[in-house]
Write a protein that binds this ligand. Structure first.
Ligand SMILES: [Zn+2]
Ligand SMILES: [Zn+2]
Length: 267
């Protein structure tokens, strides 16, 4: 069974202190065949500290050195997790196209400069209002931005917000979620199974099983599995559960990438 962790951070992301080599060694020890390093690059001009661009040549050089050093043990790929913001969109293509990325995750961590993590985004909004705004922003994102391979943690919003129960009911947002999934399928884009939801106490992976199943039922085929590890101990976390979940949803294959081109591998 081919094992590939498709969402991994290192100390090139502000929210991780783990050297790239530590993540690689851990993946090798767990028997992973392939791993992509996907450090953060937030598009919003106000998130300077999350701009991978600042030290992109170090990132690439270090990656290339380690890829060569460990080439007999693991297939390493260079990637990035873009944090989409409409107001920073214009320069994203240039950043992505000018660097040798093999895989791009497009995520949304903030909206109009208000990040979900700190809770600013939710102030004065009911849960339904906030969640609906998030999904409509995702729709706006994929209508206007095409330079990515998979949409990251589609229901990320349900990790945050000071509500008694932050989980979401797919039926409450069905229309907009279906529009997002159909648009991704039309554009040959995928989603990811991001296992980190289990570690953050959300009670499920991102996205929820019903959204994964819906993507499949609508004709979606492109799906990666990623731990979103920021620490070595989280590399490959719940990978087997993720694989089983995909099987339950009806998938026979998961996806890896070579130079931004999808490759299907048996689950
Ligand atoms: Zn993310
Ligand atoms: Zn991430």
């Amino acid at each position: 069974m081919y094992k590939a962790d498709y969402h991994v951070h290192t100390n090139y992301s502000l929210d991780s202190v783990t050297p790239m080599e530590e993540q690689i060694k851990r993946a090798i020890s767990l028997g992973f065949n392939e791993m992509v390093i996907t450090d953060h690059h937030e598009a919003d001009p106000s998130s300077q500290e999350f701009h991978l661009e600042t030290n992109i040549s170090d990132y690439i050089n270090q990656f290339n050195r380690l890829k060569e050093q460990y080439k007999n043990h693991i297939n390493l790929k260079l990637g990035a997790e873009i944090g989409y913001e409409a107001r920073g969109r214009d320069v994203l293509d240039e950043f992505i196209n000018n660097n040798p990325f093999e895989f791009i995750i497009c995520s949304m961590h903030s909206l109009n400069g208000q990040d979900f993590y700190s809770g600013n985004f939710f102030a004065g909004k009911t849960k339904k209002e906030a969640f609906r705004e998030y999904f409509h922003a995702i729709k706006e994102c994929i209508d206007n931005f095409d330079n990515f391979d998979v949409l990251g943690h589609v229901d990320f919003i349900c990790r945050y917000g000071n509500y008694p129960n932050t989980d979401l009911d797919y039926m409450d947002y069905r229309e907009v979620i279906d529009e997002i999934l159909c648009q991704l399928i039309r554009n040959s884009k995928g989603i990811e199974v991001n296992t980190s939801g289990l570690r953050y106490g959300v009670g499920h992976m991102h996205p929820r099983f019903d959204i994964i199943k819906r993507y499949k039922d609508l004709g979606g085929e492109i799906i990666t599995i990623g731990s979103d590890a920021h620490r070595p101990e989280d590399i490959g976390a719940d990978y087997e559960k993720g694989r089983q979940l995909l099987k339950e949803a009806g998938f026979k294959y998961f996806t890896t990438y070579n130079n931004r081109k999808a490759k299907f591998r048996k689950l």
